[in-house]
Design a protein around this ligand. Structure first.
Ligand code: GDP
Length: 424
């Protein structure tokens, strides 16, 4: 049985908390795409953690965590993340790495930086963690799989092929020093030894786990609108954060996928470049940003201030649809307790017309939000233990959003901690 947790929007919806919560009842947690470019915030009995590459099941000793073949594996980042957990008292998690997973190379990170510098003002808001150059190489078939790290002849041949082009670009386009293949080989050999005990055929492992009736949880990074095909291209990421891609990037059968949990916030937040229709400027935005999340809306990986805005029903309904969600998880509801009235974006105005379907990027860039206002509940709902105890206006807000999303909301999060969750 395979469950999937994904984001409905631009990322940072609170997936980490939900995964940490559902991991308790799971046997395996799998990352299936992306790399160390985004972060999940988890607050539990060990403290507050920002996970970038590790699956969010790492705090549970009963869980086997898997880095699937669809992930961009930065080995150094992975090792330092493991260190940061164990040095704070978290027991060493069980972790498996796909032998088919590809390796984030130091030059991918360099090229990401050089390219953003070159693009200047027209850059796409990359986190500069190498993701776009990594996936470009993967699909151009000049990437390096983990299994290739353990055969020096193969590795050298693969690197020689890749480096011809890289060094040409370094010299002539970016005016930077060339890559030394020998030094790179040594570095990779040392890193490969460190992860050797974790490397295996994870696809086979997951297949067997599924046959044994284990519960497998796939954990998506970012959200629907960052999907290269269905999102706000080119302000997207370079791998698909959609549940549908989960079966490919993790290595499970689509026939076994059952519950798809699509996480969304009670307001909007978006980090990075690209159109964001409900973006709030000025004091209104500053206040929501300051009150949002567990310590304000700032990126878990980059520390960048996130843009914030009111709930966008047009974007979220679309995000929920492309995820194929079986249910929606609504997070950060507690954040809105300070408002007399809460605006919700119910439509966009495009060239004088009202539209309710999420358009492609060139039209989206011209859209203005159309708001409806819902009455606020004007109190702090943290500490409330059951859904029925929420103030009436708060429940009405949830019901309104549920209708707007087109999928049932069964879980509502009323605080950043693991136990702050209400079931409907
Ligand atoms: P992810 O990438 O989807 O896992 O999301 P992030 O962890 O980057 O961002 C979610 C932010 O919201 C983090 O700061 C969380 O600690 C916080 N958070 C999650 N759920 C809640 C909630 O219900 N209320 C509040 N106030 N913060 C929450």
């Amino acid at each position: 049985m395979v469950h999937t947790i994904v984001g409905a929007n631009w990322g940072d919806e609170g997936k980490g908390k939900v995964t940490d919560l559902l991991a308790e009842k799971s046997d395996v947690v799998v990352r299936f795409q992306g790399g160390a470019n985004a972060g999940h915030t988890i607050i539990n009995e060990y403290g507050k953690f920002a996970l970038h590459l590790l699956p969010s099941g790492v705090f549970h000793q009963n869980v086997v965590n898997v880095i699937g073949p669809g992930v961009a594996l930065n080995i150094e980042a992975l090792l330092s993340e493991l260190d940061s957990l164990t040095s704070r008292g978290v027991p060493m998690p069980k972790l498996l790495i796909s032998d088919r997973c590809q390796v984030m190379m130091p030059y991918h990170i360099d090229f990401d930086k050089f390219e953003e510098e070159r693009l200047g003002k027209s850059a796409f808001g990359s986190t500069k963690s190498g993701i776009a150059p990594f996936y470009s190489d993967k699909f151009a078939k000049v990437g390096i799989q983990v299994c290739q790290l353990y055969d020096r002849d193969i590795l050298r041949k693969r690197l020689e092929i890749a480096l011809v082009k890289k060094n040409c670009l370094l010299e002539h386009l970016y005016h930077k020093p060339a890559i030394d293949i020998d030094a790179l080989m040594e570095k990779l050999a040392a890193l490969a030894e460190k992860i050797r005990p974790m490397v295996c055929d994870t696809t086979l492992f997951l297949h067997k786990a599924n046959q044994e009736g284990k519960v497998i949880l796939l954990e998506g990074q970012l959200g629907s609108l960052r999907d290269p095909d269905h999102g706000i291209y080119p302000y997207t990421t370079s791998s698909s954060p959609l549940a549908g891609f989960g079966c490919v990037g993790a290595g499970v059968s689509p026939r076994d996928m059952t519950d798809i949990y699509c996480v969304t916030k009670a307001y909007s937040s978006c980090v990075g470049a690209g159109p964001f229709v409900t973006r709030l400027e000025g004091d209104e935005g500053d206040e929501l940003r300051r009150r949002g999340g567990d310590a304000g809306e700032f990126g878990a990986t980059t520390g960048r201030a996130r843009d914030v805005g009111w709930f966008d029903a047009v974007a979220t309904r679309y995000g929920v649809m492309v995820q194929g969600a079986t249910e929606v998880v609504l997070t950060n509801l507690d954040v809105l307790g300070y408002l007399d009235e809460i605006p919700v974006c119910v439509a966009y105005e495009l060239n004088g017309e009202r539209i309710t379907d999420f358009p492609a990027t060139p039209l989206l860039e011209k859209c203005k939000p159309v708001y409806e206002k819902l009455p606020g509940w004007k109190c702090d709902i943290r500490g409330v233990k059951s859904y029925d105890e929420l103030p009436e206006n708060c429940r009405k807000y949830v019901e309104y959003i549920e209708k707007a999303c087109g999928a049932p909301i069964r879980m509502v999060s009323n605080g950043p901690r693991r136990d702050e969750i209400l079931y409907r």
